[in-house]
Design a protein around this ligand. Structure first.
Ligand SMILES: [Cu+2]
Length: 111
């Protein structure tokens, strides 16, 4: 039964592609680095691959060392993957503009 065997292979290929993680890229600005939860709070633009509009939210990072490559205020290009359980995990990050260097005047400003 050659035809039946072929149908089986097609079904398997379809099933495996349905399991592929959704991925998208976006540009954003880092608001806060959260080392304890290994995440970044980012104001990001639209992420077409994930069907997400621009917003401010937390993202987990794939590797904690990524937190050391960035600073609050940095403008970044990043790649994010939708992981199991609806978590968003940053798999790649690139600083495209350094944020304002914090002025050492003894107090924080909020705008
Ligand atoms: Cu978002």
């Amino acid at each position: 039964m050659k035809i039946k065997a072929l149908a089986c292979v097609v079904a398997l290929a379809f099933a495996s592609s349905a399991w592929a993680a959704k991925e998208g890229t976006a540009t954003g600005t880092i608001n806060k680095i959260k080392t304890d939860s290994e995440s970044l709070n980012i104001s990001h633009g639209p992420i077409s691959g994930l069907g997400m509009d621009g917003m401010t939210m937390d993202f987990n990072v794939m590797d904690p060392s990524m937190l050391e490559e960035v600073a609050a205020g940095d403008k970044i290009d990043f790649t994010v993957e939708e992981a199991a359980g609806g978590r968003y995990v940053i798999t790649d990050i690139k600083v495209i503009g350094k944020g304002n260097v914090a002025k050492d005047d003894g107090h924080n400003h909020s705008h």
